[in-house]
Design a protein around this ligand. Structure first.
Ligand SMILES: NC(=O)c1ccc[n+]([C@@H]2O[C@H](COP(=O)([O-])OP(=O)(O)OC[C@H]3O[C@@H](n4cnc5c(N)ncnc54)[C@H](O)[C@@H]3O)[C@@H](O)[C@H]2O)c1
Ligand SMILES: N[C@H](CO)Cc1c[nH]c[nH+]1
Ligand SMILES: [Zn+2]
Length: 428
């Protein structure tokens, strides 16, 4: 990870290099994933078993877990974990309850009733990552908003470990969050099974949840066969810091996301070269004690950067251009700068709102758009799990009033059958 001074060109070149590196990886991964999707579409469970054996280490028997597996996992994990998980679940539920939308009805005096209905989706597939690390927190972040939205059936997939079983912390979280069915499959093969359906895995209406590049690419490619939430791939953090920030906090927060994946990205934009140098030194000092040091080093080497900008406004402009998944504002007056943020999945304000607070606990969702897609995607929310439909009731009197307009518009489009459907009701 190098320190670079922004001059209007070199920082953009650096970001471009990082972007090109990930585009080349995306291209290679897309080829692999397309093959997996086609194979699962044709051969169903057999293909899912083959890929599970290949990528996760053990050939599975039944792909679906019994409800007992969730009960046993719940009993097996430490009570302290369940207490913390339950408190986190309460915070997440409270935040997402605020997102609930009601439908509406509008009436007019001459016999018109119209409205919009909001309904939970019938069946949703939740992807829970479990390759390099297990993510029980992601179970809560997916399943709680789905339940709040009123989804009919929640089908969770998570990759089995080498011993062929799903991590018990993930299963305990599935019980706490009320997941209906669990399949021990992961990667692109799990996304394909949910999108196309197999003998064991039911076809779903929408696939949600984060995952590595294979998972994110598979979701992108099955979109159309099913709906998806967004592209939530390898994690990203971008920190904007002024000279008041503590370099120890900056280093810690950058590494907190780098540890997710060698493809995770961690970028610091600051106005102080001294702070940049101190942060680098802090990274070296702190990382020695961290368990996933190798992943952190790879991620910081390939997708890490420290850029010194002229002023905070320039930092924010660059941050908006990058559109990071997580944006930390480690500045003296974070609320003041929040208004300048255009593109970010979630914003963390001030020294005591580190990114992991949002990953686990505060309440807002941690499934967030990555790879610059925060320009147009939103965080996972209750909205992700609902569909809206409208309804119309017109009395004879109301239709009579509007009939000539409708006929005129239909005939202008050359659609005489449309016009006839109106006219026939009035003997014309
Ligand atoms: N954006 C978010 O909201 C968010 C939240 C949590 C985690 N994450 C990200 O989720 C990811 C979790 O990744 P993970 O790997 O630990 O778990 P994962 O469950 O996403 O992926 C594991 C699966 O990847 C597949 N796979 C691995 N190598 C493969 C290969 N060479 N070819 C084809 N398939 C292969 C396997 O099927 C395996 O089961 C990380 O990138 C992390 O940053 C993102
Ligand atoms: N930071 C991840 C989202 O990019 C979410 C997560 C789960 N556990 C820890 N972190
Ligand atoms: Zn995280």
């Amino acid at each position: 990870m190098k320190i670079l001074t922004a001059d209007g060109t070199s920082e953009l070149e650096l970001l471009e290099t990082m972007h090109n590196r990930s585009t080349e990886i995306d291209r290679q991964v897309s080829e692999t994933v397309s093959g997996i999707l086609a194979d699962v579409c044709t051969r169903g469970d057999d293909a899912v078993r083959d890929y599970t054996e290949k990528f996760d280490g053990k050939r599975p028997g039944a792909l679906e877990l019994s409800p007992d597996a969730l009960e046993n996992a719940y009993a097996q994990v430490p009570a302290r974990f369940i207490e913390s998980l339950t408190r986190a679940a309460e915070n997440i539920r409270a935040f997402h309850e605020r997102q609930k939308r009601e439908g509406f009805i509008t009436t007019q005096p001459n016999g018109v009733v119209m409205g919009q209905r909001v309904r939970g989706l019938a069946r949703v597939g939740l992807y829970v990552p479990g390759g390099k690390a297990a993510y029980p927190s992601s179970v809560l972040m997916n399943a709680i908003p789905a339940k709040v939205a009123g989804v009919g059936e929640l089908v969770m997939v998570a990759p089995p470990g080498k011993e062929g079983t799903v991590n018990p912390y993930i299963l305990a979280a599935a019980k706490v969050a009320g997941v209906d069915r669990v399949f021990a499959i992961g990667g692109a093969q799990a996304v394909a099974a949910l999108a196309y359906g197999t003998a064991s895995v039911p076809k779903v209406d929408k696939i949600v949840g984060p995952g590595n590049i294979y998972v994110a690419t598979a979701k992108r490619l099955v979109f159309g066969a099913v709906d998806i939430d967004m592209i939530a791939g390898p994690s990203e953090i971008l920190v904007v810091a002024d000279e008041t920030a503590d370099p120890a906090y900056l280093a810690a927060d950058l590494m907190s996301q780098a540890e997710h994946d060698p493809l995770a990205s961690a970028v610091l934009l600051t106005v102080s070269r001294k702070l940049a140098e101190q942060t680098l030194a802090e990274i070296d000092r702190q990382k020695a004690a961290l368990s996933r040091r190798e992943i952190i080093e790879q991620s910081l080497r390939d997708f890490g950067a420290i850029i010194v900008c002229k002023n905070l406004a320039d930092c924010l402009c660059l941050a908006n251009r990058i559109a990071p998944e997580h944006l930390e504002l480690m500045v003296n007056q974070p609320m003041h700068w929040l208004g300048m943020v255009e593109n970010a999945g979630s914003v963390f304000l001030g020294q005591y709102s580190p990114e992991p607070l949002g990953d686990y606990y505060a309440g807002p969702n941690h499934v967030l758009p990555t790879s610059g897609t925060a320009r147009f995607f939103s965080p996972l929310s209750v909205d992700t799990f609902v569909k809206k439909s409208s309804f119309i009731y017109y009395s004879r009197e109301a239709l009579d009033k509007g009939k000539d307009d409708i006929v005129t518009l239909a005939e202008a489009e050359g659609l005489t059958a449309h016009a006839n459907s109106i006219k026939v009701r009035f003997g014309q």
